[in-house]
Design a protein around this ligand. Structure first.
Ligand code: FAD
Length: 755
């Protein structure tokens, strides 16, 4: 046996997506990090050992423009390219390579941390070290650091350090939460094992093990959906243990889950009710995916009202959008729906104060053990949300080390700096703009080769009958005059439309009425019908146009998506069986669905010309849609003509590092495993080939040329700083989009990249 000591600035325990993003974030800021995970693979519940698909704020397309950016966003986009079929082992590689790319991270797999050395009073404790056992290597490793992150999910590190925590459900009165029970209890969400099946191409028999449960004697066949051919997360409802202790009873829970899985498979194979003769088991999980255990108490406890009211905390550092998704305590044996959902109207915010311990002064946390009530945890627990919290906690930990402060002091004295660094690193903090004083681009005058000025989708594909209201969202900047729709009418009729705002800039639901109009249309096909709608909002924002149902009328879809515009269908059928998911149909985001048609807009035209895509939008501070697209878009590119965007300082500046953020369409719901397939490997709006040029000695000089880009954020460190009064990014080609689009350009005189 070997005894070792590892000294780093920061130790992150737990290599789920929260821990991975925390470690990467801190490492990218120059801190040394030990990332310690007790399994041989990273990714936690998303790994090939558990196979939960990574969900986040998009909520499978329920929220618009909601996909995460930053480190989680990079992994989504990379996985989309490498792993469009959602192979769990390829996903493992994407996560592993994200970590291995960081020289500042020392990765310790198979290392189970179970000892913590901490001292201090109950209210002011500090961790000195954590110690783990590396299985298979007989190495006992002590990790010493200034800052520790508990990303274990179960919260063992904090528990051993004496951090205050909670298990179970708070009473309703504690945070005035409508969805909390009247009295507090120790009920949690249960754990789950998943399984994969495949068609062997020939008959395969199945002899159930002696411990398989006869599920025909349970309520499962009546109350849950069982289909031959379903895999993995389609069986998320095989959940049990909510009334037990999900950690201490883990083995017992696993045995019950196995009994039910093999019972379900026996039912599928041998009951005669399924066409499953050739089907066989391909993989059965062995490590229960745990949903819930300890939740640490931080300086703030996030609760249901914060989520539903989308409270814009001044210390917000992350966002979510998944519904509050609670399951019955009896799990798979419950006769209630497997889950009930309450949605906010758009993305909600997570404060930094929920990411550090109230009484352990050098411990931050991210993932499912953050400071949230049981009800709020019902949404924050999804993994892309855990990941963005991880990035925030890791960035916070790095700043704490750099400044020699505690997380609480960081919150009190350096919050703005933390938020600005996160934005610079491409993390999203909804509604917060770039105010980085070191970013030279902010003071430049910006022009472009061309600018998209007409909002128009005018190449029709198939037509659909208007059996229900539909919505079209587009930016108004500064004035909306007329909207035209391409319409087929079976008879002469009148079509009614109305324009509503969206309430908050981050929401994509109809708000207050701003204008309405009606237009008479004759019988006929492909007629452009105009509606005069005068609206000049106080500041540029999105319009939500509602076209009222009219059975005599058809609208035309197009195959040409237009950035900044969306379509919606009102009140269409729920996408999932109500026995598995109970949603509230009157909630606006449930009512107005995209039905995976966001890239198939209706043909429509808007007048007058818009300023929404002007070149200066690339330095307006926002790097994701927020009441507007916030990007520069050129006119459709023409063969032989490059598009460019230019920064002109009218004086010489020195540039050492150039950041370019391309449009990876954060509306597109990307996923790590097999949930759905997106037709392209690379988001078409991402620029493919480009170069960066500086104006010197009366001509453009190429500073950098990039080929085959498929990423959203690119940081180019120049070999040597360059002095120039003008710089430009020349777009040579895209990954399929007809327009050149750039979300943000930043220019720095000093290098930020540290590793
Ligand atoms: C069946 C199931 C279905 C779910 N459905 C979804 C879904 O569809 N989409 C979604 O996004 N989320 C879903 N969730 C929730 C989500 O998986 C969890 O909330 C999320 O994984 C939490 O992330 P985390 O990084 O905090 O923890 P985890 O993913 O649990 O990762 C924690 C990591 O820490 C390691 N670890 C733990 N203790 C130690 C220790 N002492 N020493 C070293 N390492 C340690 C673990 O091995 C693990 O690798 C589901 C969960 C379950 C179980």
């Amino acid at each position: 046996m070997k005894l070792e000591t590892v000294k780093t600035d920061i130790t992150v325990v737990g290599g789920g997506l929260a821990g991975v993003c925390a470690a990467v974030a801190a490492a990218r800021l120059g801190q040394t990090v030990a990332l310690v995970n007790n399994r041989p693979v990273l990714g936690g519940n998303s790994s090939s050992e558990v196979r939960v698909w990574v969900c986040g704020a998009t909520a499978h397309g329920t929220h618009r423009y909601a996909r995460e950016t930053g480190i989680m966003g990079e992994m989504f986009v990379e996985n989309q390219y490498r792993n469009i079929d959602g192979n769990p082992y390829i996903w493992d590689l994407v996560v592993l390579e994200t970590v291995r790319a960081e020289r500042n991270i020392s990765l310790f797999l198979n290392t189970d941390v179970h000892e913590v050395e901490a001292g201090g009073d109950e209210d002011e404790r500090a961790i000195r070290s954590v110690t783990g056992w590396m299985m298979g290597s007989e190495r006992r490793i002590r990790f010493e650091s200034r800052m520790f992150l508990d990303c274990t999910g179960d919260g063992l590190v904090g528990f051993l350090a004496g951090a205050k925590y909670r298990i179970g459900r708070e009473a309703r009165h504690e945070y005035n939460e409508e969805w909390a029970p009247a009295a507090a209890d120790d009920i949690t969400l249960g754990s789950t094992l998943l399984f994969y099946t495949k068609d062997a191409g020939h008959p395969v028999k199945f002899v159930p093990p002696s411990f398989a449960k006869d599920i025909a004697k349970t309520t499962i066949p009546m109350k849950r959906v069982i289909r031959s051919g379903d895999n993995g997360c389609a069986y998320w409802w095989i959940e049990w243990g909510g009334e037990l202790d999900t950690v201490h009873d883990n083995e017992r829970i696993r045995d019950e889950l196995w009994a039910v899985i093999y019972g379900i498979w026996d039912y599928i194979k041998n009951s005669g009710k399924f066409d499953a003769e050739n089907m066989t088991l391909e993989w059965v999980g062995g490590i229960p995916g745990k949903r819930e255990y300890r939740r640490f108490i931080g300086d703030y406890v996030l609760n249901q009202n914060d989520i539903i009211e989308q409270r814009p905390f001044e210390d917000r550092v992350a966002f979510g959008g998944w519904s509050i998704d609670l399951h019955p305590p009896q799990g798979m044996y419950s006769t209630e729906s497997g889950s009930k959902h309450l949605h906010p109207d758009g993305n909600y915010h997570i404060p930094f104060r929920s990411l550090y311990s109230v009484n352990v002064s050098n411990m931050l946390m991210a993932g499912r053990d953050i400071s949230a009530s049981h009800v709020a945890f019902g949404t924050t627990r999804v993994m892309a949300t855990c990941a963005v919290m991880g990035e925030a906690a890791g960035t916070g930990a790095a700043l704490c080390v750099q400044k020699g402060v505690t997380p609480r002091e960081l919150y009190r004295r350096h919050m703005k700096e933390l938020q600005q660094i996160m934005l610079r690193q491409d993390a999203s903090i909804i509604g917060l703009a770039n105010e980085d004083p070191l970013d030279l681009a902010r003071s430049a005058r910006v022009t472009a080769s061309s600018v998209l000025k007409r909002i128009a989708v005018d190449k029709p594909a198939e037509a659909v009958r208007m059996t229900a209201d539909v919505g079209i969202l587009f930016p108004v900047d500064p004035h909306l005059g007329r909207v035209e729709l391409l319409i087929d009418a079976d008879r002469a009729t009148v079509i009614d439309v109305e324009v509503r705002d969206t309430g908050r800039p981050e929401n994509y639901v109809p708000g207050s009425l701003q204008a309405k109009a009606s237009a008479a249309v004759d019988k006929g096909e492909k007629q452009w019908v105009a509606f005069d709608l005068g609206w000049t909002p106080e500041r540029p924002q999105n319009a939500f146009l509602i076209v009222k149902a009219n059975e005599s009328v058809r609208l035309h879809h197009s195959d040409d998506p237009l950035t900044g515009t969306l379509i919606f269908f009102k009140g269409s059928a729920p996408v999932v069986d109500p026995s598995l998911e109970s949603h509230q149909p009157a909630q606006p985001v449930v009512q107005w669905r995209m039905n995976r048609k966001a890239r198939r807009p209706f043909c429509f035209r808007v007048g007058p010309e818009t300023r929404a895509y002007e070149a200066d939008k690339a330095i307006d501070g926002y790097h994701r849609p927020y009441g507007a697209p916030h990007l520069w878009a050129s006119e459709p590119m023409r063969a032989g003509r490059e598009e460019w965007i230019e920064l002109d300082w009218q004086r010489e500046v020195e540039a050492a590092e150039i950041h370019i953020t391309f449009n990876d369409d954060v509306n597109e719901d990307l996923i790590n495993l097999h949930h759905h397939r997106t037709p392209f490997e690379i988001v078409p709006e991402l620029v493919k080939d480009y170069r960066i040029e500086a104006w010197a000695d009366g001509r453009w000089t190429v500073l950098h040329r990039e080929r085959d880009n498929r990423r959203r954020k690119r940081v180019h460190v120049l070999p040597a700083p360059v002095r120039a009064g003008r710089m430009r990014v020349v777009v040579e080609s895209t990954n399929g989009c007809p327009r050149a689009e750039i979300v943000e350009i930043r220019v720095y005189a000093e290098r930020n990249v540290r590793n």
